[in-house]
Design a protein around this ligand. Sequence first.
Ligand SMILES: NC(=O)c1ccc[n+]([C@@H]2O[C@H](COP(=O)([O-])OP(=O)(O)OC[C@H]3O[C@@H](n4cnc5c(N)ncnc54)[C@H](O)[C@@H]3O)[C@@H](O)[C@H]2O)c1
Ligand SMILES: [Zn+2]
Ligand SMILES: [Zn+2]
Length: 360
Amino acid sequence: MPRTVQGVVSMAAGEPVVLENVVVPDPGPGEAVVGIQACGVCHTDLHYREGGISDEFPFFLGHEAAGVVEEVGPGVTEVAPGDFVILNWRAVCGQCRSCLRGRPNICFNTHNASQKMTLEDGTELSAALGIGAFAEATLVAAGQCTKVDPAASAVAAGLLGCGVMAGIGAAVNTGGVGRGDSVAVFGCGGVGDGAIAGARLAGATTIIAVDIDDRKLEWAREFGATHTVNSAEENPVHRIKEITDHGVDVAIEAIGLPEVYRQAFEARDLAGTVVLVGVPTPDMTLELPFLEVFGRGGALKSSWYGDCLPSRDFPMLIDLYLQGRLDLDRFVSETIGIEDVEEAFHKMERGEVLRSVVVL
Ligand SMILES: NC(=O)c1ccc[n+]([C@@H]2O[C@H](COP(=O)([O-])OP(=O)(O)OC[C@H]3O[C@@H](n4cnc5c(N)ncnc54)[C@H](O)[C@@H]3O)[C@@H](O)[C@H]2O)c1
Ligand SMILES: [Zn+2]
Ligand SMILES: [Zn+2]
C-alpha cells in the first residue's frame, strides 16, 4: 500500500518551504522504500528552493540522510529490509562508457527510482538529487542505498550522504591530496570543513581555511586547519603565498562563486590543482587569464560528489568515524524537527550553523 508521509516541499522559487502530505509508492522493480532517521540540511537544498538548480518545482527536499530499509521491490538483491543505510545520490549504472572503463565513481548514467512521489492531488514531485528525505520515508533506487555499520548514529552517518563526503572526496579523490601537501579550502561550511578533515586524513601538513566569517574559521581549526584567513579582511591570495612561500598544491573552492574560484586559481603553486566542489548557479560565468591557465600548468578539476564511490567510501569512512579518526559529530550544530527546515536555511545564511540535522 502506498503510504502518505509529511515531507518538506519547495513549491516556488524563493518562497518558504512548507510541510505537505507526500505519497510514497510501494517500491517497484529495483526500488526501495527507506525509513529516514536523520537528514542534514545542505546548501544544495537552499539552492533548489531559490530556483538555482532548475525550475522543476515542486521540489521534495532533503538528500543527506541515513535510515533503515523498510521494503524492497522485485529483483532487489543489494539491500534487504532492516539494513542500516546511507542514501547516495549517484547510484552507479555499471553499464555506461565510464563504468565499462572501470571508472564507476564518475558513472555518466546514475539513476534514481523510476516511480515519482506525488502530492495528494497527484502533482509529481521532483525529489532533490533523486532522494527527498525530509520525511519519515522515501522511495529511491536500491542502488542509492549503501549499507554501513549500524553502530554509527544516523545523525552522523547521514552527513556522508552529501556535504561531508563531497568535501572529503574533493580533497582526497579529486584533488589527490597526499602526505606533506599544502591545501587551501575556500568556504568553510559543511563541505569545506569536510575537505579540511579529508586533507588532514590524507596527511597534508599545511591546511589553510579561508572564509568571511570568523566563527567558521574557528570551527575549521577544529577539523584540522593549520592556518585561517578571513578574506573579507585581507587578500587571501597574498596571505596564502606568504604562508606557503609559493602557493598551495591543492586549492579547493567550496562555495560556488566565480570570484572565489579565481582566488583559488591564483593561490595555487605552479602545477597545482584547483578543485571546484561548490555549485555555481546558471547565471554565473567565469573569466580567467588564458595565458595563466597554460602558464601555471597543473589541473583545473570539478568534483561531483567528491568523485566518491559510495560502496567503497561510505563503509570506510564510517569505520574511521567509529574508530574516532573522523569526527563526524563535530559537523552537527543542532538537531531539529522536520518543521524547522525553513529556519535552518536562515541560520545557514546567517552563518550560525555548520549542519542542522533533521531527526525523524
Ligand atoms: N559538488 C558536490 O557534489 C556538492 C555536494 C554538496 C554541496 N555542494 C555545494 O557546496 C557548496 C557549499 O555547501 P555547504 O553546505 O558547505 O554551504 P554553507 O553555506 O554551509 O557554507 C558556505 C561557506 O562559504 C562561506 N562564504 C560565503 N561567501 C564567501 C566568500 N565570498 N568568500 C569566502 N567564504 C565565503 C560562508 O561563510 C560559509 O561558511 C554549495 O554550493 C553546495 O551546493 C556541492
Ligand atoms: Zn555508469
Ligand atoms: Zn547536499
